[in-house]
Design a protein around this ligand. Sequence first.
Ligand code: MSP
Length: 500
Amino acid sequence: MSFYITTAIDYVNAQPHMGHAYEKITTDVIARYMRQRGEDVFFLTGTDEHGEPVADAAQRAGIDPRELADRNAERFKRLLPALEISNDFFIRTTDPQHERKVQEILQRVHDNGHVYAGVYEGWYCPKCADFKTEGEVGPGNTCPIHGIELSREHENNWFFRLSAFQQQLEALFDERPDFVLPQARANEARAFLEQGLQDVSLSRARLRWGVSVPWDPEQVFYVWFDALLNYVTALSYAREGEDLTARYWPASVHMIGKDILKFHTIYWPALLLAADLEPPRHVLIHGFLLMDDRKMSKSLGNVLDPFAVIDAYGADALRYYCLREVSFGQDGNVSAAGFEARYDAELANEYGNLASRTIAMISRYRDGELPAVATDAALRADFQALPEQVAERLDRFELSSALELIWQRVRRLNRYVEERAPWQLARQPDAGAALDQTLASLAEGLRVVSVLLHPYMPACTQRLLQALGAPDADWGATGFAEQAAGGRVCALEALFPKRN
Ligand code: MSP
C-alpha cells in the first residue's frame, strides 16, 4: 500500500528552531515505522517561501526576498540529515515546477466556477498571512497569536468560494471521524465549520512576491493557497521523468501544528474538492513545544538551537527526548535541564548501559559467542503481545504511548539483569546452562526493543543490532524468539556516552 506523509513547509523568514525540528522528528517516526511495515512510503517536507512573512523579513534585512529565501532554505535543508530525517524530497515553493503547477490547478478552480472578483475589507495579520474574521481578532484589533496590531485592508482581489463547500465539508467530517486527529482537534475544526464558512481571498493585489495569477498577472496568489498546494505539486516533479501523483495521492497524513489547523482542515479540503482532487486521509495535529511555559520566539530569546543539541549529543538523543518528554498531541515544555536528565537516566543508563553490559558479558563469559539455547519463558511472556500493542498505537499515531510501552520493556530487561545476576552465575561451576539462557534472553530482549525503537532512534539502534549480529530492523523481526539463533557479538562503542 502507498503511504504518503508530509510536514508543514516552513517559512524561510527565520532560522529553524526546536518547533520545526519537532515536527520533522514526529513525522519521521511515522514514515520509518511505515517502511518497517513494508509500506510504499513517500515523505515530503520543504520550505514556504512566498508571501508577506518572507517579503517583510527581507525588506527589514534590506535584501531581495529571493536572497533571503535561498539563504534560509539552505539552513532548513541542512537540518534534515542532521536530525536523521528520511524525507524523499524537499520542496521549495519557489521551484519553477511548483509555480507552474499552482497556476495550472488554480486556473482549474477558476474554470470550475469557484472564483470571483471582489473587494476584501477587513483585518489582516502579515505574520500569520491570515485574513482574520471578526471572531479571530484580539482586544484592540490585535492578532491573538502574534500580539501585533492588525492592519485594516481594503483591496480588490480574487475570492475563493469557500462558503459553497459548507455541506461537502460537513459530510466529510461526518463520514470520516478520523479525518482530523487527535479527536479534540477534530472538534475544534468542526466548531469553526459550524460558525458558517465565508469566502476567502485567493489573491493579493499589493504584494509582488508570489506566484502570479494567470488570468490577472497584476496579482499574486495568496500565499496559503500556493503553500498548501505543495503537497500535490511535489508529486509531479519529485522524480525526474515520473509523475507520482496517481501512486501517492490522496496523501495519507499531513502532520501540522495546532496553529495552522484552519488552513489544513477547512481551506485545504475545500480547495481540493474545487480542483477535482480528493482530500487527504488524515490531518494529524501536534502540540507546541514551549520553553518555560512560553512560546518559543526570537524576541523572547528562548529559542533552543537544535543544531547545538545534535552537535553535543547526537540526533537520536534529541529525537528520543522530544517524543518522551512531550505527550504527542499536547503542548509540552522542553529545556536543557530536562534533556540532560533524560539523557543521563534513560538513554545513557537504562538503554546504553544495558547494551554495553549485555555485549560485555557475552564477550567475557562466552568469548563473544551467543548461546543458541531456549530463551527464558517468563521474560518471553512479558514481550509476547508487545509488537501488536505497539503497532496498534502507532497505527493510531499515538507516538508517545507506543514509546512508553517499549520503554517499559527496556526497564524489564534491566530488572532481569539484576534478578539473574549473570556475574554470580559465571562464578558457579554448575550454572553454565542458566548463564547461557540468561545471556541469550537478554540479547534477544535487547534486539527486540531495538527493532521497535528503530523508528525513534535510527542510528544507535542500527549500531546495536549490528553489534548483536542481527541487523534486520523490519517489522518481521519484532518477535521474541523461543529459541535463540546464536551468532557472534562485536564490540560496541557506548551508544550514549556519559556527559562531561
Ligand atoms: N508556512 C506555514 C505552513 C504552510 S504548510 C502548507 C507555517 N510555517 S512555520 O514555519 O511558521 O511553521 C511550520 C510548522 O512548525 C507548523 O506546523 C507549526 O505549527 C510548527 N511549529 C512552529 N513553532 C512550533 C513550536 N514551538 N512547537 C511545535 N511546532 C511548532 O506555518
